[in-house]
Design a protein around this ligand. Structure first.
Ligand SMILES: [Zn+2]
Length: 144
């Protein structure tokens, strides 16, 4: 058994964390233990315990990644995505970018996703909203 240290930083906030994990535990059962909270972002600094702050920052980051994956998976229009030539996985079409913002206060922040460079119809947006509400709970991820 070896305790390893990994540095994690988010693209949804400014938190930077070093956490330790045990490499004898299977990957899908690992839980990170905060070793050193290097940077606390403004949105998360009011959360008291480092473990809760890390959990919140990680959840928001994963929620963004999963919501984006859900939209790519459920898209029925090729105006949004193209297939990666190597992996054959859906990815955003060249020229389209994803941006996001949060509202409310942690740990209950609401995320709003925006796809720039494409005009989604209201019907397409409503279909995505239904999938997002089903996956994350009503109103946790909004679509601009
Ligand atoms: Zn943060």
């Amino acid at each position: 058994m070896t305790i390893r240290i990994t540095r994690w930083s988010s693209d949804t906030c400014e938190c930077v964390i070093e956490f330790s994990w045990d490499d004898s535990v299977p990957e899908n059962e690992r839980t990170g233990r905060v070793k050193n909270y290097i940077n606390r972002c403004l949105a998360h600094e009011s959360i008291n315990s480092e473990a809760d702050r890390f959990r919140t920052a990680l959840e928001e980051n994963q929620r963004k990644n999963k919501a984006h994956a859900t939209i790519l998976e459920k898209a029925t229009t090729s105006s949004l995505y193209e297939l990666d030539q190597q992996t054959n996985q859906r990815q955003l079409k060249s020229g389209i970018t994803l941006s996001w913002e949060f509202s409310g206060s942690a740990p209950n922040r609401v995320m709003t996703l925006k796809y720039n460079g494409v005009e989604l119809t209201e019907a397409q947006k409503n279909s995505f909203r239904t999938h997002l509400n089903n996956k994350f709970g009503a109103g946790k991820v909004k679509l601009a």
